[in-house]
Design a protein around this ligand. Sequence first.
Ligand code: CDP
Ligand code: CDP
Length: 230
Amino acid sequence: RDRQPIIAIDGPAGAGKSTVARQVAAELGLVYLDTGAMYRAMTWLVVQKGIALDDECAIAELAHTCNIELTPSSDLKSPVRVWIDDVDITQEIRTVEVTSKVSAIAAQSAVRQALVKQQQNWGKKGGLVAEGRDIGSHVFPDAEVKIFLTASVTERARRRQQDFKKQGQPEVSLEQLERDIAERDWKDSTRKVSPLQKAADAVELQTDGMNISEVAAQIINYFHQRLSQW
Ligand code: CDP
Ligand code: CDP
């Protein structure tokens, strides 16, 4: 083969993509690529520059000129540091404001074009676990392993609530979190460009009641199974 294998993990918000992808990458010695962080970084920049979310021209210009970098870090809480134009925005991209606006930015075709191109460049040599919404269907359609991670809205809201608690953030009700997640699911799966969808050849993993290690172990098993078939 002309490149190392690629594992693509897609699925809705809170399904466990980042946590599981990170663990799988660590165990298999692959690089972890968090594509959601890139859409979040773009969103942070748009807000910071005071550009209206529907000003697609200005946003397109920004998408083609800004410089997003992801670097590994030894901090267990944020194993990837996110930079845009040399500013460290690792914390800033996780705020409620960025989270509520990111779907609107990620729906713009110029933004997707610019970021997907960069992801494909990084993935040329393979050897990565990439996680997002359109990895198996669009970014790396020839990935050796494609996983579609899901969990019920209630389960995903519960996980997010635990996240907020652990981070010492003010408590958000389960109902509010369920509404936010359902709204983002809807926006991400109904947009015109590269909507969230399970690739035809992806394996779906329903993870209600499964912990992170159990999910990671299933993916690693599947990876070895596929590897033995090449
Ligand atoms: O971690 P969480 O699932 O909340 O979100 P994320 O993976 O950080 O992604 C944030 C947003 O970026 C998603 O709601 C999508 O709108 C967008 N996204 C996308 O459109 N395509 C990707 N490959 C990754 C993220
Ligand atoms: O990246 P995505 O939005 O899909 O989810 P995540 O940020 O990896 O996971 C959301 C939260 O659920 C994290 O706190 C994970 O530790 C937790 N989680 C879990 O409790 N059980 C799983 N099987 C997967 C994730």
